[in-house]
Design a protein around this ligand. Structure first.
Ligand code: HEM
Length: 419
């Protein structure tokens, strides 16, 4: 058995923080290996990249998620007691709850709702001087997902709830005041959602039975018990928060349309397949989550390397989406590559890989894809706009990475109100 190549630096925490999306790939290239070991926050960690590594990483007999999320991420992005930190049968059972919400039918309802709300919003933009797309997309998504999920939201509260939900993913990786704001936002958001769960259980609020709020409030664990109301709030947040996070992908769609005018023109008369290829390429090309983490259950050997029990492992999501062995000219933005894509579940992994039901792959992929398509349709066929001079460089130090000025548009004209 060969030793996993080791980084010579004592600890790479700062190097990773400086270049979160490219750190693992760069080190893999330096070592000439898809596997290397380093220390992060003084702890030994093995980093891996590529489709074969993803296949192993999503083998739940080899990896555990219990207690893996760093405390600062648990207190902001994930919350405590949610599906992300579960293993085995309990995980599969909880995951089924999410998957039952994400049927074609239910996602179709969400998509129609989003279309209506985007149309209204675009109309509103036509009377505004300037629009910062990132924030507006967050508000649209907050309104859309709350209504779909059966979570009551007064128009006067959209601003406040949007800010709370956005803080959870925008500031999860921050330090200082932003991190503390994200922690406060989680407390407020969970208190709000816990209140809704309690009212549903008490029968004082009755959302339709096929909504996320109803299903989560009435979900029972493997022993037949209702979830603790606090954990039910974390799971309801696990639907709202990431849906609002699709705003980053939506801004990336607008960025890609701006950078590639010819693709924008093609999409004007585009088929559903053209839109699918476009959003898949946005998900592959643009950075979102840099990596996913797990820990080794029992020691095992892979490609001649030993993975000792308890060792943390990071899978390079961004690096795998940009792996030149898997993607021809990965640094070119080329939606047409998805026309004849074979659908390998371990090569395109911005939201994790493998099987949605059996492991930790994101259950929200279809929501993300459909919401991106609705927004792209609104940008391409619903309105025309100018993109004024601004800093459009994708800020690769930011998680999720979006253009520095959050994509500002102006002179919006509605071109098809009835769509
Ligand atoms: C903004 C776009 C999104 C991105 C980039 C994203 C990315 C991810 C990633 C990387 C994971 C972890 C995979 C792993 O641990 O190996 C994940 C898990 C998860 N995502 Fe998403 N996601 C997005 C949207 C959504 C949406 C719309 C939902 C709403 C249902 C959602 C709900 C979840 C949940 C509940 C998990 C935990 C699954 C589990 O542990 O079994 N995500 N997502």
């Amino acid at each position: 058995m060969t030793q996993v190549p080791n980084n010579t630096f004592f600890d790479d925490t700062l190097a990773l923080a400086r270049d979160p999306y490219r750190f693992i790939s760069k080190q893999c290239e330096r070592h000439g290996s898809d596997v290397f070991q380093t220390r992060l926050l003084l702890q030994k960690v093995i980093c891996v990249r590529g489709d074969e590594a993803a296949r192993v990483f999503y083998d739940t007999s080899r990896f555990s998620r219990v207690g893996v999320a760093p405390s600062r991420i648990a207190k902001t992005l994930f919350g405590r007691g949610g599906v992300q930190g579960m293993d085995g049968k309990a995980h599969c059972h909880r995951k089924m709850m999410f998957m039952s919400l994400l049927t074609e039918d239910k996602i179709g309802g969400l998509t129609q709702l989003a279309r209506d709300i985007w149309n209204r919003r675009v109309l509103q933009w036509s009377s505004m001087d300037r629009v910062t797309l990132y924030r507006h997309a967050q508000e649209v998504l907050t309104e859309t997902v709350c209504r779909w999920a059966g979570v009551p939201l007064e128009p006067a509260d959209v601003d406040r709830r949007t800010s709370e939900l956005a803080a959870l993913f925008d500031y999860a990786g921050s330090i200082g005041p932003k991190h503390w704001w994200a922690r406060l936002a989680r407390k407020r958001n969970e208190a709000w959602l816990r209140g809704i769960v309690e009212k549903i259980r008490a029968g004082t609020y009755q959302p339709p039975e096929d909504t996320a709020a109803f299903i989560v409030a009435n979900h029972r664990d493997l022993d037949g018990n209702l979830l603790d109301a606090q954990i039910a709030a974390v799971e309801l947040n696990n639907i709202l928060r990431p849906t609002v996070a699709v705003s980053a992908y939506i801004v990336q769609c607008a960025h890609a349309l701006h950078e590639h005018r010819e693709i924008r023109e093609q999409l004007r008369d585009g088929s559903p397949d053209d839109f699918q290829c476009f959003v898949q390429e946005v998900r592959r090309y643009y950075p979102f989550f840099p990596f996913a983490g797990a820990k080794v259950k029992e020691s095992f050997e892979w490609q001649g390397y030993r993975f000792p029990s308890g060792r943390k492992v990071l899978l390079d999501l961004y690096g795998t989406n940009h792996d030149p062995r898997l993607w021809d000219e990965p640094e070119s933005f080329r939606p047409s590559r998805f026309r004849d894509w074979n659908g390998n579940p371990f090569t395109l992994i911005p939201q994790g890989g493998g099987d949605h039901y059996q492991n930790h792959r994101c259950p929200g992929e279809w929501i993300a894809i459909e919401q991106m398509k609705v927004a792209t349709e609104a940008f391409v066929n619903g309105c025309e706009y100018e993109v004024p001079a601004q800093n459009l460089r994708i800020d690769m130090d930011r998680l999720p990475a979006i253009p520095n000025d959050h994509f500002i548009i102006e002179s919006v004209r509605v071109i098809n109100e009835s769509k």
